[in-house]
Design a protein around this ligand. Structure first.
Ligand code: APR
Length: 250
């Protein structure tokens, strides 16, 4: 796949002129680090499952061990992965231009953070974090680290289960993170949308919010997405190839 040189130059000029840039990343951002994109995540033995079913409170309650094992495999893949050139280009830009870039991610891996974007706004949580499935019936503030090492870990006192610290289908996004993401989308002059299919809301609505507020919206994705209509420019190539070309000279 190659991107038209004029389109690339147009995107670079738009980013150069933007005093505030909002970046929205999705699973495609981590694909070149070897992390399966969300809708490709179900390969191999997981191929017979629906990701939306596994990544839901109902799916977890129906088969806690199955879902916990799916996340354990994904956690191991993330820990074995390294940030790619796209992650590093974003972190280097943020370091060169303090306060100019706001990074909003749908991803539950820690690759942006390990590359240096430690203040990434995490819309869907952190897969490497644990949390309790339910409120403690004894109103204790037990630490999930004390849970019995069963699959999934369980509180020995009340039976509460440990679950991954991610936002599941049917759950609300963290209010503060969503507010910050919407504020960044509405106030930026340019938005870079990298590696998302645009099928999951409210994250998928951020590009339209930026466009309505007057931002120049650029999509980096080798394929079409549900939000292509919100962008003025679609660069059909990958994050690790395009982000250094777009940002390193700025
Ligand atoms: N560079 C850029 N984009 C890529 C690359 C790459 N190397 N490889 C794949 N893509 C694109 C695909 O074309 C696709 O459009 O990344 C997108 C990945 O889409 P999804 O797998 O749907 O992931 P995402 O859009 O992040 O899903 C959103 O859905 O289920 C929830 O919580 C989950 O955060 C996830 C959300």
């Amino acid at each position: 796949m190659s991107v038209d040189a004029a389109a690339l130059q147009h995107a670079i000029e738009r980013l150069r002129a933007a005093s505030s840039i909002c970046v929205l990343s999705g699973a495609g951002m981590s694909a070149e680090s070897g992390i399966a994109t969300f809708r490709d995540a179900l390969s191999g033995l997981w191929a017979r499952f629906d990701p939306a079913q596994l990544a839901s409170p109902e799916g977890f309650r129906a088969d806690p061990s199955l879902v916990w094992r799916w996340y354990a495999e994904r956690r191991a893949a993330v820990r074995a992965a390294q940030p790619n050139a796209g992650h590093h280009a974003l972190a280097a830009f943020a370091k060169r231009h303090p306060g100019r870039l706001t990074l909003v991610s749908q991803n539950v891996d820690d690759l942006h953070q390990r590359a240096g974007n430690v203040d990434t706004i995490r819309l869907h949580g952190d897969m490497l974090e644990d949390q309790w499935l339910d409120a403690c019936p004894r109103a204790m503030s037990c630490d999930t680290a004390w849970a019995a090492p069963t699959v999934p870990p369980r509180c020995e006192a009340c039976g509460n289960l440990v679950r991954p610290g991610v936002v599941w289908f049917g759950e609300a996004l963290p209010f503060v993170a969503l507010q910050a993401a919407e504020q960044a989308a509405r106030s930026c002059q340019a938005m870079l949308v990298v590696g998302t299919s645009g099928v999951v809301w409210p994250a998928a609505g951020l590009a339209a919010q930026a466009r309505r507020a007057g931002a120049f919206v650029i999509i980096v994705n080798p394929d079409a997405s549900d939000i292509d209509g919100d962008a003025q420019l679609h660069l059909p190539d990958t994050a690790a190839r395009l982000l250094p070309l777009l940002l390193d000279s700025l």
